[in-house]
Design a binder for this molecule. Structure first.
Ligand SMILES: [Zn+2]
Length: 499
């Protein structure tokens, strides 16, 4: 599922660039929405085969996909109300909760480290990618039509960092024909994050927030990030390193995901610490809207963890609206914030933000920690790839913005493979893998969008940021007269030239 700019997200509504009915099988690396979010749409449009995933991935999808279907239905309802006021016809959701339920029946569980035939002539082996509960890198062996050597292709999926709280370090084989590797943080230099270091930093942030005496709001992704932060928080509280206070998880999705984590605690690193944290008397799980409203009425130091992770939807927005204008509040950002999201605006120091149609002054302290990243950083990706040697025919760098992919290509040791065998494909490219190295096919269908728009901010983002800049400048002006001058100048710039 495409995430990010509006232009990119609109692709989710368009047709697939292939016929879903002709797909034999899906091999799924992990449950994150950008990897799994369009599976119900694939089924809705005719895919009848199996979706092969690990058991925890299936269990997480059983929670996340219906939730995603529900969000699609809600979004479209709002969008259609606006369209009907404009006299335009209604559109239908990408998929519904019911579609998601149907798709779940096609999941087929796979164990790590065991070969399985996933489609005629194709066997797969899943390796633990250490990125999140159930995450895998997938090795595929494709039988050759003329009884020659089979073709081996290894898909990294998303790769976790070393020292991740609930995950082992990533595991993978060496000696494949092709490797398809993610490059999300290919341009990021080393992030130091041993478990002790990460907890020490969290301890500092919480202690600072406690001294200010207001709410500590932690916007968090519902799956894995919430469970990691809670595990660290409760451990710090038990050690007496931070004051005892109520910790609320105000997210029905996070609470359902936590149940899946507890079911699979034996398969996780530090599974017992996770169990202890979720049995902690100071941990409160909020379910209903009334629970959520009751939290909103609390004063003094307390901790609220709520989704969404980038503050662009969900209950966190209510809490932010309630607390951002108070000096004693702290907001602690623990995840990646995409351009143009509310989380990113806060991180970038916005003085006023708009929530539910109201302008809210930002007086709270805005803090951030990068130590909870779910992805390997640049040096870790480079080391991971070097350990896959020999890569016989070609390497594809995917799942990263342009500079991240280029930076990762730079990091690779020269002897790993020649530059002309490292590919940085664009959206909708098609390659023939049968020859000595990959060959781009020029005969493929037209691209859905120009390659350089994929990772770029679009005009929607530019417009939002322009309007915010105008507001800020006008507000910062010394008096009425100065404000009038700025507004007249902006108006003049909007007039057609020569008028
Ligand atoms: Zn992921």
């Amino acid at each position: 599922m495409f995430q990010g700019s509006k232009t990119l997200r609109e692709l989710n509504y368009g047709a697939f660039p292939f016929d879903p009915a002709r797909i034999d099988a899906v091999t799924l690396t992990h449950a994150h929405t950008d990897h799994s979010g369009l599976l119900p749409k694939l089924v809705k449009h005719g895919f009848q085969g199996s979706i092969h995933s690990t058991e925890p991935t299936r269990d997480l999808c059983a929670v996340m996909l219906p939730d995603s279907g529900h969000i699609q239905e809600m979004d479209v309802e709002k969008y259609n109300r606006r369209r009907s006021r404009q006299g335009r016809e209604a559109v239908s959701p990408i998929y519904t909760m019911e579609d998601a339920g149907r798709c779940l029946k096609q999941f087929d569980a796979v164990d790590y480290d065991v070969w399985k035939e996933v489609a005629p002539g194709i066997t797969a082996r899943y390796w633990n990618a250490g990125h999140m509960l159930g995450s895998a890198s997938i090795e595929l062996v494709v039988r050759s039509a003329d009884d020659g050597e089979p073709l081996t292709v290894f898909f990294s999926g998303d790769i976790g960092p070393n020292h991740k709280l609930l995950q082992p370090d990533p595991e993978a084989p060496a000696g494949c024909d092709y490797v398809v590797c993610e490059s999300t943080f290919g341009a990021k230099d080393r992030l130091e994050r041993s478990g002790d270091e990460r907890r020490r930093m969290l301890c500092e942030e919480v202690s600072r927030a406690a001294k200010k005496g207001g709410a500590l709001l932690i916007p968090s992704f519902a799956v894995e990030r919430t469970q990691e932060v809670v595990t660290d928080l409760m451990q710090l509280m038990d050690e007496g390193a931070i004051p005892r206070t109520a910790v609320f998880i105000d997210s029905p999705l996070a609470n359902k995901a936590s149940e899946v984590f507890l079911d699979h605690a034996d398969e996780l690193e530090n599974g017992n610490t996770l169990r202890r944290a979720f049995a902690h008397p100071q941990l409160r799980l909020s379910q209903t809207v009334d629970d959520s409203k009751a939290i909103g009425r609390l004063g003094g130091f307390h901790i609220v963890i709520a989704a969404s992770g980038m503050c662009d939807a969900g209950r966190i927005r209510h809490h932010l609206k309630n607390h951002l204008w108070r000096r004693e509040t702290t907001v602690l950002i623990v995840g990646f914030q995409a351009q143009a999201t509310l989380g990113r605006l806060l991180l970038d120091g916005a003085r006023t933000v708009r929530i539910h149609g109201e302008d809210v002054r930002v007086r709270a302290g805005i803090r951030s920690m990068r130590e909870y990243s779910g992805h390997a950083d640049g040096p870790e990706l480079g080391t991971w790839l070097a350990a896959r040697a020999p890569i016989r025919r070609g390497l594809f760098l995917v799942h990263g913005e342009g500079d991240a992919r280029a930076a990762l290509a730079e990091r690779l040791p020269r002897e790993l493979l020649p530059q002309q065998r490292i590919f940085q494909p664009q959206i909708d490219d098609v390659y023939d893998l049968d020859a000595e190295t990959a060959r781009a096919l020029s005969t493929h269908r037209q691209r859905r969008i120009a390659p350089d728009t994929a990772a770029r901010l679009d005009w929607h983002n530019d417009l939002t940021s322009l309007v915010l800049d105008i507001n800020e400048t006008v507000e910062a002006a010394t008096d009425e007269r100065a404000r009038g001058v700025i507004i007249r100048r902006v108006r003049r710039a909007l007039e057609k030239p020569g008028k």
